[in-house]
Design a protein around this ligand. Structure first.
Ligand SMILES: Cc1cc2nc3c(=O)[nH]c(=O)nc-3n(C[C@H](O)[C@H](O)[C@H](O)COP(=O)(O)O)c2cc1C
Length: 153
């Protein structure tokens, strides 16, 4: 396990917060296991852990948003990485064109309709069919070897 984390931790990634509504209330969790999957049709893939208490509440919505964070949003990543009641407390958000909650000021967002959910060890593999997406100004938050960083071109 340690070697697995050590080796895979060397794959630097961006950081996202996946959000959705549960009975009109926004819910979310921090997610690093995210990637583009298909261009035609436009699809993405992500992997929620089976221990997540948020994802089961979100999957019922049938739609979710992947918010790609800027390097100014480390606190947002930390807030959404803890199992706590109101993770959106103090985090401004708005409703996207496809009806999902979007974190204000994120670098890019991808609103999706829930696609397939596959069993994958201690996680699930979830596909999303892209409905709406967009970008804002800024630089990405990076996660590398269990620590946050910035992208320096
Ligand atoms: C940088 C970072 C990346 C993470 N990536 C994932 C991930 O890809 N999948 C996942 O299920 N949890 C991931 N987590 C952990 C979840 O964010 C955390 O377990 C979850 O927010 C717990 O809250 P919940 O019980 O409300 O779901 C990550 C945490 C951090 C800090």
């Amino acid at each position: 396990m340690t070697q697995f984390r050590d080796v895979l931790g060397r794959f630097a990634t961006g950081v996202t917060v996946v959000t959705a509504f549960e009975d009109g209330v926004p819910v979310g969790f921090t997610c690093q296991a995210f990637a583009s999957l298909s261009l035609r049709p436009p699809m993405v893939v992500l992997a929620p852990a089976k221990t997540s208490t948020s994802w089961p509440r979100m999957v019922k919505a049938g739609a979710f948003c992947v918010n790609i964070l800027t390097d100014q949003q480390q606190a947002v990543s930390e807030a959404f990485a803890e199992s706590q009641e109101d993770k959106f407390k103090g985090v401004p958000w708005h409703v996207g064109a496809a009806g999902t909650p979007i974190v204000d000021g994120c670098l890019a967002w991808v609103e999706c309709a829930l696609g397939a959910v596959h069993d994958a060890g201690d996680h699930e593999l979830v596909t999303g069919r892209v409905l709406q997406l967009g970008v804002s100004e800024g630089s990405p938050l990076i996660f590398y070897r269990s620590g946050y960083g910035r992208f320096l071109p």
